[in-house]
Design a binder for this molecule. Structure first.
Ligand code: ZN
Ligand code: ZN
Length: 442
C-alpha cells in the first residue's frame, strides 16, 4: 500500500484538503484509483454526513461556479462541503493489510466480565449486534479486549466510537497499551494527523462521517444517546462508516429504552469489577442557593462539604447546571482554596486540569456536565449543585454518581446531590443505583 492508499482507504475526504501533493492525487484519479463524488448530491443531500433537511442544506451564490450552489451547515466544522466541491475515496481498496498483532493484556476478568466477554465474542462470530449493559466501574473496556483481539486475528478493521473527546482520550492509550504492534489512530476535532493504515480507529462519533463502508466491527461506547431521535446524526455516522453487514457492539451504563428493546443479544453487569456496591447518592437541600451565590457567598452546607474534602485531602468534582453559574462562583471557591479550578466544554485547558486533578496537583474541580463520564480518579468525591435542574436527567445523575468509588482501594466515595427541591429524575437515579446494587433490573 502506498501512503496515499493507506490514508484514503475507507475514507471519504475533501479533495482540496488532502495532506498529499496535488500532483500525486491527480495521478491516482487519472489512473482510476481514486473516485470522486459531488459534495452535495442532486437530491440535495450531503455526501459526507448524509444530512438532507432543507434547514441544513443552504443555497448561496457561489463565486466558484458562478451560480446557485448548496452547502451543508451540519458538517461545516470539518470544512465546507458544497455542490461544487469534490469528495474523494479510494475506489479500488486492497484487502486489509495482514500485519501481525500482539495482545499483551494479562489482567484477569471477573466472572461477570468473562461471561459478558464470551457473549460478545459469540455475537461477533455470528455477525450479530450486541448490547453490553454494565454499571459505571464494571470494567467494560477490559471485557472488550478479548473480542478485539479476535477481530484483529481475523484481519478485521475495527472502530471504537465514543461521543466525547474526553472519553476518546481516556480510551486510546489503554487500547494502544494492550495492542502494542497495532496501528491505532485517535481521531477527534483538532486531533494531530496520523499516518499509516489504522487497523483500530478510536474516534469521536462525528469523525466517522469521514469514513465510508469500511469497518468490520464498530464498538459504540457510551451508547445511551444511541439511537436517539434527538441526535440522528450519531446513528447515521456509525451506519455510514461500517460495512453493511458489520455488527455493532453497544456499551452503556444507561442504555435507552429503544436500545434495550431493539438489540436482542445483551449482557448485563450490575456489579463493579472490585465487587463493592455503587455509592448511593444522598440528597441535601440547598435552598435558594442561586440567591446565596448572587450575594457572593457559598451556601454554608456546600462550604462545609468542600472544607471537609480539603481537610481530608480528598480530590473532588462539583457539577453545576450551567457554565454561567460556574464562572460566577469560581472566585468564591478560590477563596476556600486558590488552586480550585473550573472546566467546561469549550475550555482549551480542560485536559490538563483533569490530569492535574488526577495527579493530586489540584484539590478539586468545578465542572459542567462535560465530565459526567469517562473520568476515573481514585478516591474522587462528587457533589452536584442544582441536581433538580433539568439538565441533570436520571442518566446524567447515574453517570455522575458513577465517578465515585471506582478504585478498589477507595470503593466508597461520597456522592451528594445538593438541590432546591427533590425532583423525579433524582429519585429515579437513586432507585436505579439501589436496584443495581441488589442485582435487579428496573
Ligand atoms: Zn454534511
Ligand atoms: Zn459552487
Amino acid at each position: 500500500m502506498t501512503e496515499l492508499e493507506q490514508f484514503l482507504t475507507g475514507r471519504i475526504w475533501l479533495r482540496d484538503f488532502m495532506p498529499f501533493a496535488q500532483k500525486e492525487v491527480d495521478a491516482a484519479i487519472s489512473a482510476g484509483k481514486i473516485g470522486i463524488k459531488k459534495g452535495i448530491t442532486e437530491n440535495k443531500e450531503c455526501a459526507r454526513c448524509l444530512e438532507k433537511s432543507p434547514q441544513k442544506i443552504i443555497s448561496f451564490y457561489c463565486a466558484n461556479c458562478q451560480g446557485i450552489c448548496y452547502y451543508c451547515r451540519h458538517c461545516l466544522k470539518m470544512g465546507r462541503i458544497s455542490s461544487c466541491t469534490e469528495l474523494i475515496y479510494w475506489a479500488d481498496p486492497s484487502p486489509n493489510p495482514q500485519s501481525p498483532h500482539s495482545f499483551t493484556w494479562n489482567g484477569v476478568l471477573t466472572n461477570a466480565q468473562q461471561r459478558a466477554s464470551d457473549e460478545v465474542l459469540e455475537s461477533l462470530s455470528l455477525n450479530q449486534s450486541h448490547l453490553v449493559y454494565a454499571v459505571c466501574g464494571a470494567g467494560k473496556t477490559e471485557l472488550l479486549f478479548p473480542p478485539l483481539a479476535k477481530a484483529l486475528e481475523k484481519g478485521q478493521r475495527v472502530c471504537i466510537a465514543a461521543p466525547r473527546t474526553d472519553v476518546v482520550l481516556e480510551l486510546s492509550p489503554r487500547i494502544k497499551a494492550v495492542f502494542p504492534d497495532t496501528v491505532v489512530h485517535t481521531l477527534y476535532g483538532g486531533s494531530p494527523e496520523e499516518t499509516g493504515f489504522a487497523t483500530i480507529v478510536v474516534a469521536t462519533t462525528h469523525q466517522l462521517y469521514r469514513f465510508e463502508d469500511t469497518f468490520d466491527v464498530i464498538i459504540v461506547d457510551e451508547a445511551d444517546a444511541f439511537p436517539y431521535s434527538c441526535d440522528p446524526s450519531l446513528e447515521r455516522a456509525v451506519m455510514k462508516a461500517k460495512r453493511s453487514e458489520a455488527p455493532i457492539v453497544y456499551v452503556s451504563a444507561t442504555p435507552s429504552d429503544r436500545l434495550l428493546k431493539e438489540i436482542s443479544k445483551q449482557s448485563r453487569i450490575f456489579s463493579r469489577f472490585h465487587g463493592h456496591p455503587l455509592p448511593v447518592p444522598r440528597f441535601q437541600s440547598l435552598w435558594n442557593y442561586k440567591k446565596t451565590f448572587a450575594r457572593n457567598k457559598i451556601p454554608i452546607l456546600l462550604t462545609r462539604w468542600i472544607e471537609d474534602r480539603l481537610a481530608k485531602k480528598e480530590p473532588f468534582l462539583v457539577f453545576f447546571p450551567t457554565i454561567e453559574l460556574i464562572e460566577q462562583v469560581v472566585p468564591l471557591f478560590k477563596m476556600l482554596n486558590e488552586r480550585i479550578e473550573a472546566v467546561h466544554a469549550s475550555d482549551p485547558g480542560r485536559k490538563e486540569k483533569v490530569m492535574k486533578l488526577r495527579k493530586g496537583e489540584l484539590p478539586g474541580v468545578l465542572t459542567s456536565t462535560i465530565l459526567e463520564r469517562g473520568i476515573t480518579i481514585p478516591n474522587i468525591q462528587v457533589a452536584v449543585v442544582g441536581a433538580d435542574e433539568s439538565i441533570f436527567n436520571a442518566s446524567a445523575l447515574i453517570q455522575i454518581a458513577g465517578r465515585a468509588g471506582r478504585a478498589p482501594d477507595f470503593p466508597a466515595g461520597d456522592v451528594v446531590f445538593f438541590h432546591n427541591g427533590i425532583v423525579r429524575q433524582m429519585d429515579k437515579a437513586k432507585r436505579q443505583i439501589i436496584s443495581y446494587n441488589r442485582g435487579e433490573f428496573v
